[in-house]
Every structure is written in structure tokens, then in C-alpha cells.
Design a protein around this ligand. Sequence first.
Ligand code: GTR
Length: 417
Amino acid sequence: MKKLIFILSLISQSMLAQNVNYDEAKIPPYTLPDIMTGVDGKKITTTQQWEANRPALLQLFTENVYGPTPAIATKFHSKLLETNSNALGGKAIRKQVLITFDDYPQLKGINILLYIPKNVAKPPVFVGLNFEGNHSIGDDPAVFITQNWMVDFQKNSERVKDNKALEASRGKAVVETWAAEMIIEKGFAIATAYYGDIEPDHTEGWKSGLRGAIGMTDDQKWSAMGAWAWQLSRMMDYLETDAHINSKKAIVVGHSRLGKAAFWAAAQDQRFAAFISNESGEGGAALKRRWYGETHEIINDKFPHWFSGKYKTYGGNIQSLPFDQHQLFGLIAPRPVYVTSAEGDQWADPNGQFLSLKNAEHVFALYGKKGLGADTHPSLNQPVGSHIRYHYRTGKHDMNAYDWEQYLKFAREVVSN
Ligand code: GTR
């Protein structure tokens, strides 16, 4: 009988999970794993104990979500392909740097576009991947147009044809905004690269991307998210060599799926000084156990290449996941974190993103860092918190100028500490 009830509850859980819920009152009760209990089951009360727990917790996410990052033994080279000291109306230095890998000539490399403010010595930098190519983030005519495979996000054949970007797509990114002028004006640099440089974002993309190049034959062992996070760390390797940049103040930022990738990069790579999650949602900032918006089942069904095989085994039984996303924030502590949601993006579960960061407060508190200063989800356009911050803005699923205004305020505090 007990077994039957258990099976029935699994079936009903998995039926729920295929549907999308937008009603807070319908969310079945759930219990989050206690963030202050280590993977070994022992209570954590000190920073030393938290840090001792860190590798095992990282390993839990590695094994269950992204797959282990393979040891990629190859030499990287960075080459300055183009530079100009009068970019963005004379306010910035532009650099286009290509990182190549000795053993994988089939990968065209990572093309980093940098804008560096001229009036600041060694400025801090925002690092992030973009969806539609470096040339799409602004109308700068000198930025190279990516030749790599691209998702036709806009369904506009004048901009992207046969999954290749055309000149007409210059400055026409609609998926996210990179407010380059505003960022430069405030004394920050930008380093961005196209995520398709490392793996084309489709189910077979792994074959022609990094995973295929290093000889992987099982696409479920490591994941596209793992590969894109790896790309961010290679960008960081480059930044450490660039005398124009303060790589100790590198803030990794990402929107949506690229927010999910940036989250994993920030958790693994402690060289990133802070993390900004722009509407990263399911598989990103949002709590996995909440049945609201996109579900575990839907994301893995639609994007089977984003996460590793083990992750999929939790389909229909998400309560058995040995962690939840608040613990991924714990892995970033004590570094500052900013999480955002939008009214028009219920798919990403705004309250689930808020609660996830909220439930990580205990770890930040160990380091004497203040929490969000709010127990419940804030109203529209009312950012809360300081060292860890959250906002819920009007508008749709996007990274827009309002977001950047807030990020710049946050970043100023990050760099002054
Ligand atoms: C959606 C996906 C989300 C989010 C988004 C995006 O289709 O369901 O998880 O990642 O794409 O990247 O814009």
C-alpha cells in the first residue's frame, strides 16, 4: 500500500511538473535542504566550517547538474586582432582579442570585445557572454561579425540567415542590452564574447563545439552550461594578462540562459569578484522545488544539452534533489550578488529567485555580510539589500537600461570594498 501511495505521489508530481503554474497558492509545500548543514551532515557555524564544506557542495552540483569540467590540457594564446583608442565617441579604447587553443584548431576561438574607459587607470570590468554576437551589442562598425552558428532568435532573415549573422544584425540585439556608453561613462570596462564561440546552442551543437573538439563522445557527461562557464573562466584568464584592466574587480553578469552559465562560472571560479543574475530563472536563481513558471521537466525536455544526464533523473521527483539553488548562492558567498526579476517574466519565477537568495543569507551572515533587509518579495522597482541585492522591475524578460543603472550602483560599492 505504502509503495502504491509513493508511486501515485511520484506520478502526480510528474504530471504537475509538465504543467505551468502561475498561482502562488497552488504551490505544493516543500522543504529546502538546510544550507547550514554540510554535505557530511554536520552543522556549520563558522566560516572555516563553511569553507571546509565548499568542495563537497561544489561536487554535489558538479555531479548532479553540470557534469565534471574535463581537464583540458592545451595551450591558450591571446592575440590582439584590432584596437582603437577613440571608440564610443572617443570615450573608450576598443580591443578585439582572439583566444585560440593549440590542440583544437577546429574551434575558431573566443573572440572577446573589450571597451575600456579612457579616463580611468585599470578600471573594474563587467564580464559576460552575449546571445547574438559582439557586433550585435552596439552599432560600432568596426566590431567583427561572428561567423559562428547562431540561434535565429529574432526570426528576421535580414539579420540572421541559415543561422549565420548578417551585417544588418549589427547593433540589433533584442535578447539583451549591453549599455556600453552608460557603463563606460561610469568608469567601468566591458568584456564580452559570443556564447556560440564555444558551443552552438542546439542539441547537436556539442559535436562541433568544445565538447566534440576535446573528443567527448557522450554529450550527457558534461553540459553546454559547463562549457559556457568554462568560456567565462578563459575570458578571465585573458583579463588577468591585460594591464589595462583590474581583473581583481571583475563582475560576472548574465541574462537568462547566460545567467545560468554565469552562475556556475561564479560558483566555481572565485576570481570573479561578484555575480549578477539577470532573470536566470529555472536552472539559475529560482528555487527548484517551487512549482511556478518553468519547471525542471520542461527545461530539460526543451534544452537537453544544457545540463548533464544525471540532472534529468530528478524529473518527476525534484524533492529528492540533494540541494537547491540557495546553496549555489552559498558557494558564491561572501562575494556580492545581485539577482533580478521582471514583472513580465513570470516564467523565471520572480519570488522563487528572491527566496533562493534570501535562503542563502545565513552563509553571508557568517562573514558578517548583511542580508536583503526584506522578508517578503519587494514591490516593483524597489531594489532591496546592499551586499546581496534584489530587484523586481516593470517590463519584460530582458536585460535593460533600468537593470544597468542598478548594476552600476551595486558595482560602485563592490569596487569600493
Ligand atoms: C527560455 C528558457 C529559459 C531561459 C530563456 C532565455 O526559452 O525556457 O530557461 O533561459 O529561454 O535564455 O532567454
